[in-house]
Write a protein that binds this ligand. Structure first.
Ligand code: CS2
Ligand code: MN
Length: 368
């Protein structure tokens, strides 16, 4: 911790500030996980959520945002982080009507800013969000987890019209997908970077004016899938991204599981670097067990269950006085729970308490 960070840190601890703010993703009223239960997880600070019934590219009304905010605040938690405001494919592809969608995106930033939202998470992955080969792989202890086995993914054909996984937009028809794949083929990696730059140059000034920090989620997994380009994958691309618009409002959602599934990423080292630059606004803590050749299994959060050193990760944040939001990312299904893959209550709650235990230790060690 440098001198200034240390002063800021000690001051915040003195006034009772906890610095890092623990949060939890909640999918709204339809989520089988009740918000009252989330509230009961020790040291929980905020809910991470979104408006789910408005199509991608449309404006979220002030009324719907306010009503969501009230639900969250009535439960005793803060409404500070939105995950995600999705980016319309036409923006990523740089198609003719992207400007209309960018204007709508700006309006969403303005509306969310008015409601007091501090951070917006989004991603710039073509067509598909995170991708796995199986969502309920049974692990040794009888729990189930999301896994990515390269051989199986290689055999999948997204254009067959038969694939459907959570995280994928099921509203696409076979024809839509074919059209999108062809369009991305033409755009390629360079075109995707250009379109990202255009988008950022438009929205970051609005984010600045409304004091809302934008936080891009890295690609999951961090390599191209199904021949679609993926560009937010490693240190070089994160550096390039942050330079496109050199503003604190152009920041990162640092997802340890997404970046960590690339063996080329040294996760604690990257966190140390970007936290020192104050460019990480939101952390996703997920552990994964790396297998041979671009395959991995999601694991319990505890370091020894996966390939990531969660203590080293938390130490890198702590050392830099991280005062942003942090949430446990995917959990396994345990204790017979059923629900949204990766987003049950129990294992994520265990992860949350484990993380907050590490944080307490670091705070106390530092104050000795
Ligand atoms: C999330 C992503 O479930 C997950 O892995 O981290 O789906 C994330 O919400 C989006 O990529 C962010 O836009
Ligand atoms: Mn994530």
């Amino acid at each position: 911790m440098n001198h200034l960070t240390k002063i800021k840190y000690l001051f915040l601890v003195m006034i009772g500030g906890y610095l890092m703010k623990l949060s939890f993703r909640w999918y709204g009223e339809d989520d089988p996980v009740k918000i009252e239960y989330i509230r009961q997880i020790p040291t929980m600070d905020s809910i991470v959520t979104a408006i789910y019934d408005v199509p991608v590219g449309k404006v979220w009304s002030m009324e719907s945002i306010k009503s969501l905010k009230s639900k969250v605040e009535d439960s005793g938690l803060n409404f500070d982080v939105i995950e995600s405001v999705p980016v319309h494919e036409d923006i990523k592809l740089g198609r003719g009507d992207r400007d209309k969608y960018i204007e709508n995106y700006k309006q969403n930033i303005i509306n969310l800013g008015k409601a007091g939202v501090k951070v917006i998470c989004y991603n710039f992955m073509p067509v598909f969000d995170w991708t796995r080969s199986q969502l309920d792989k049974e692990l040794e202890d009888g729990s189930t987890a999301l896994v990515y086995y390269k051989e199986q993914v290689d055999k999948m054909d997204p254009l067959s019209g038969e694939l459907s996984l959570p995280g994928w937009d099921s509203s696409y028809t076979k024809e839509d997908l074919k059209d999108l794949f062809e369009a991305y083929d033409k755009v390629g990696e360079d075109g995707l970077w250009d379109n990202l730059e255009h988008f950022l140059k438009e929205i970051i000034p609005v984010a600045e004016a409304n004091d809302v920090k934008m936080a891009i989620h890295p690609d999951d997994p961090p390599w191209p899938i199904f021949g679609l380009p993926r560009i937010i994958t490693d240190e070089e691309s994160l550096d390039k991204f942050l330079k496109l618009v050199d503003s604190k409002y152009n920041g990162l959602t640092f997802c340890t599981g997404s970046l960590g599934s690339g063996t080329f990423n040294d996760v604690p080292k990257l966190i140390d670097k970007y936290a020192a630059q104050e460019r990480i606004h939101f952390m996703h803590i997920r552990n994964i067990k790396l297998l041979e050749g671009e395959s991995f299994e999601e694991s319990a959060h505890v370091s020894s269950y996966g390939s990531l050193d969660i203590v080293a990760i938390m130490r890198a944040l702590h050392k830099n006085g991280f005062d942003g939001y942090l949430r446990p990312d995917h959990g396994r299904m345990i204790w017979g729970e059923t629900g949204k893959p990766g987003y049950g209550l129990y294992d994520r709650a265990l992860g949350a308490v484990y993380i907050s235990g590490i944080w307490e230790t670091l705070q106390k060690e530092n104050n000795k």
